[in-house]
Design a protein around this ligand. Structure first.
Ligand code: SAM
Length: 228
């Protein structure tokens, strides 16, 4: 019942975007730079993707870099991106309609179903290939205040390859206040010490956005690498 209510609420605001122009421009440049530096990899999972997924920017940047290459054999493969969201169209290609809070605790039917769908998208046979470390980059943009992040981040980290990364954008106290979860991130400092406690290496930490009034925003942008 609670999940249906939660999903319905997010469905109602699906497509609504509270990112400012200045944030969108920075995010584009940031992801383009990471792609140029070879830090994104070929398999991306975008959690709480929304209707304008950051992984779409990553896919576009890869298309551009494929066009820049001269010889076919030098071209990087296309990015395989899977978007995961409690809302959206469950039939959309590469989209998984799933409540990530279900990752905590016992494995539920919906989680098994979600894992099978991801395996299908990635061309993996889960009966013969049981190694979970398949993902190069997990995007967590403006989602961690809405979910039980202390359960969800470790549960997702299992699926990252060694040297895979989380791209995290956490929007301080901005957002849909009424939808924020009791176990959601309350401060950037708390989030950073949690990530470090998990043994993730914080490669980048920046507060790049500005508010409309020109003041620095407390939205943090992080790049965190799984090294072991
Ligand atoms: C503020 S939007 C962020 C969208 C996008 N990542 C961005 O940065 O613009 C939060 C998104 O998280 C999704 N979401 C909220 N709770 C979720 C949950 N428990 N499981 C999966 N997705 C969830 C919402 O449907 C919404 O699309």
């Amino acid at each position: 019942m609670a999940e249906i209510l939660k999903r319905g609420t997010w469905e109602n605001i699906w497509g609504y975007d509270y990112n400012s122009k200045n944030e969108a421009e920075f995010t584009n440049d940031f992801l383009a730079r990471l792609e140029k530096e070879g830090k994104i990899g070929d398999v991306v999972v975008d959690i709480g993707s929304g209707a304008h997924p950051l992984s779409d920017i990553i896919k576009r940047e890869r298309v551009k870099s494929r066009m820049r290459e001269l010889r076919e054999e030098e071209r990087p493969p296309e990015v395989k991106a899977i978007t995961v969201d409690i809302a959206g169209d469950r039939r959309a290609p590469g989209h998984l309609k799933y409540d990530v809070d279900n990752l905590k605790g016992e494995k539920l039917y919906s989680t098994n179903k979600a894992i099978l769908k991801v395996c299908r998208e990635l061309g993996i046979d889960p009966r013969t290939d049981t190694d979970p470390e398949k993902v190069d980059t997990i995007v967590l943009s403006k989602i961690l205040c809405y979910v039980d992040y202390q359960s969800i981040i470790p549960a997702l980290a299992k699926y990252l390859k060694i040297n895979g990364r989380f791209i995290i954008i956490n929007n301080g106290d901005k957002g849909y206040k009424k939808l924020m979860a009791p176990g959601g991130v309350k401060s950037n400092d708390e989030l950073l010490s949690f990530l470090e406690g998990l043994g993730l290496e914080i490669e980048e930490k920046d507060y790049p956005y500005q508010e409309e009034d020109g003041k620095k925003s407390d939205t943090v942008v992080l790049l965190a690498k799984k090294t072991k």
